[in-house]
Design a protein around this ligand. Structure first.
Ligand SMILES: C[S@@+](CC[C@H](N)C(=O)[O-])C[C@H]1O[C@@H](n2cnc3c(N)ncnc32)[C@H](O)[C@@H]1O
Length: 370
């Protein structure tokens, strides 16, 4: 894994190589991490090794080789001589030779400069102290986005209009812009954030790193309005009813894809009356809290279905990595699948079983039972 000298940033900053077994035989898979993109190519082993040696001789300063018998660090000295230092092996088992594209993708993403600038990773792509969970969240988000984009009906004749509501420091906004660019989309991404200092710092990083079509704007969810069409709306960890405000904006704008990760469900718990069969739930505060969360997100999912979306609820990140681990997504149905009466009926049944009085998304959509 040679590392580039700081002065030379025009080409690859890092090269990562690993053996893979392909149909045609053993190959050396080399990932080049550039400032704003990454490329992957498989080489016949001798060619790949020659390329790495050349890279070390012409511009890179160091290379690390990991084997099951020892680690070797090659260093190009000022004199041009190469010195070698060996240490105990980091890995005692040989890695799988399977051609794991998703792993490659994760490794390449971790090398992205935006993650370094935002303080998530170090130069070698490893997470900074305390940022491993955030890095996993970014990886997972990019994976999920890829699957959902493939399911959504998007207009490819014009730039894709994307908004991230409550963008915060912009970790996921940058990941969104980066992933769309890698997928070849001409996307205009806006991060809407209440705190002006985060808006400013996000815009500085976007400008420095050449994210021409990403901008952060100061504003509140529910008040910000798209200038034209809106294709993808993201609202991750928007607190309590801010998720409802964001989903409503997406539905109203007819966005093809909605991605939310609801948190801080406060609205229903004080008004929720448990059906008799669930009374044991009421004896434990934590269960009551979970019940209110489930109820809120089940109602939101039904409301999306009633509004012409196919709703999907799944785990965003593994629960052991974050308490905020639910993803509620909506993919707009192209056929608008009926008039939503079936879902409306189950929504109303659920509503009355818990004696509810108000829920923000239901109210905004004009679906709140009297
Ligand atoms: C928990 S952070 C989540 C940030 C980011 N979406 C993520 O998941 O990493 C919530 C962010 O939303 C912002 N925020 C809260 N309410 C908002 C509102 N009504 N409009 C816009 N931004 C809001 C906060 O300032 C904060 O930066």
């Amino acid at each position: 894994m040679p590392q580039k000298e700081a002065a030379d940033t025009a080409t690859a900053r890092n090269l990562k190589a690993r053996p893979v077994q392909l149909k045609d035989g053993r190959r050396l898979c080399i990932v080049e991490c550039h400032a704003t993109r990454e490329t992957t190519q498989n080489y016949v082993p001798e060619e790949g090794i020659a390329l790495l040696v050349k890279a070390l001789m012409q511009g890179f300063e160091r290379a690390h080789v990991f084997t099951t018998t020892g680690d070797f660090q090659f260093r190009r000295e000022r004199s041009g001589q190469i010195s070698v230092r060996s240490t105990r092996p980091t890995f005692v088992a040989a890695p799988s030779l399977a051609h794991d594209r998703s792993k490659q993708g994760r490794e390449a993403l971790a090398c992205e400069p935006f993650l370094q600038r935002l303080g998530v990773t170090l130069a070698d792509g490893s997470p900074r102290a305390g940022m491993a969970a955030k890095l996993r969240q970014v990886h997972r988000f990019v994976e999920i986005l890829g699957h959902l984009l493939a399911d959504a009906t998007l207009d490819s004749s014009r730039p894709l209009q994307v908004v991230d509501m409550g963008a915060g420091k912009g970790y996921l906004t940058f990941a969104l812009a980066h992933a769309l660019r890698l997928k070849g989309w001409d996307a205009r991404v806006v991060g809407v954030e209440l705190r002006p200092e985060l808006v400013d710092s996000g815009n500085v990083v976007a400008r420095d790193l050449g994210f021409e079509h990403l901008r952060f704007v100061a504003g509140a969810i529910g008040e910000w309005q798209p200038e034209g069409a809106l294709d993808v709306l993201v609202a991750l960890h928007a607190c309590d009813t801010a998720t409802d405000d964001a989903l409503f904006q997406g539905v109203q704008a007819g966005a093809a894809l909605l991605l939310s990760s609801p948190c801080c469900h406060r609205e229903l718990r004080p008004q929720m009356r448990l059906p008799t069969t669930l009374s044991p739930v009421g004896r434990h505060g934590i269960l009551l809290e979970r019940q209110a969360e489930i109820l809120t997100d089940a109602l939101r999912a039904e409301l999306l279905e009633m509004s012409g979306y196919s709703a999907r609820v799944f785990e965003f990140v593994e629960p052991e990595h974050s308490g905020k681990n639910l993803m509620l997504a909506g993919v707009r149905r192209s056929d608008h699948g009926g008039d939503g009466e079936k879902e409306r009926e189950s929504f109303r049944n659920l509503w009355s079983s818990f004696g509810l009085r108000s829920q923000r998304l239901a109210s905004l959509l004009g679906e709140q039972p009297e």
